[in-house]
Design a protein around this ligand. Sequence first.
Ligand code: FAD
Length: 292
Amino acid sequence: MIRQKLEMADKASTQNVLHVKPDSIEQLKDVLEKAQQGNRIAIPTEGSAEDAWAHRISPEEKITIVDISFLKKDDIKWIIHRFKKSIENNPPVWIETFRNWGQTQTIPVIASVPTTLEELKRLLKVASEEKLRVRCAGSGHSWSPIFSDRNNLLIYMENIKSDYEDGSRIRISPGTVNHVDIMTGVTTRQFKDFQLEKKLNIPANVILEVVQMISVVATGCHGVGYDVKAPSDYVVKMRIMNAKGNLKTFQREDNKMFKAIQANFGCFGVIYDMTIELKQQDIVKVENQYQN
Ligand SMILES: Cc1cc2nc3c(=O)[nH]c(=O)nc-3n(C[C@H](O)[C@H](O)[C@H](O)COP(=O)(O)OP(=O)(O)OC[C@H]3O[C@@H](n4cnc5c(N)ncnc54)[C@H](O)[C@@H]3O)c2cc1C
């Protein structure tokens, strides 16, 4: 394809303005060499820029307009350059190599840590415009490739402010006695401390204390006990931001839809918070009797 274009370029070397669209670095090198040999000025552009240049050149000048859009899909530096420009670095975004705890996943990503819903909204809208896929990371303790795709956007959610009236990140849901609202970023340890304080409990949870409750639910984690369900089964409500930046509420009453998103592996948008139904703590009396 590119060869054809270059041949056409050769035939038309008397033309003042030529357009070429390489698809790789090698093709780009070819294009630049040809331009140099033909005493043409190569002008890199993204997309078509013919009219803008056509009237600027004198009859003696020859230019080759090189559409370098292919760099966008290949090069993370180019992607972040565009992304930063669109988002005006608010919130900041950067390139990093994400590694999970078990070091089974190593992924170059564009990362960000939004602190407000407004920042999250901006991130998702710009990512959507730039056609980037978005995934979140909790504490990075999953083993499988369920994090961001290579060169796409990875969001860390633990610093995002809660919109609960008291500013907390975990609370008894207003108007209930045993429903608990849990913000993204809350760890299993923090959830356990809250349960002990409020004398409420979830029948089963993972043993790890450093992982995040939203992730435990998102990945359908299990606890122990043959007669209890998974933590995600006790979730009654979730607020999730979609690609347009709209925060939507899904409830257990939504039935089929809710079942689909209860354990969604981070593929259904960014979970802002969730509500879990807990049980009143059982007080168990233990008596030891020793026989002589
Ligand atoms: C030593 C060890 C022991 C373990 N023991 C158990 C066990 O007993 N039982 C069990 O079931 N599992 C167990 N696991 C697995 C672990 O509990 C899960 O993988 C858990 O999801 C990890 O939580 P995390 O906070 O590290 O999440 P991460 O691994 O960082 O993320 C998990 C997923 O959640 C998504 N996610 C996180 N936050 C959001 C958000 N705000 N919005 C949308 N998506 C989000 C991510 O995109 C990702 O797909 C164990 C893992 C290890 C390393």
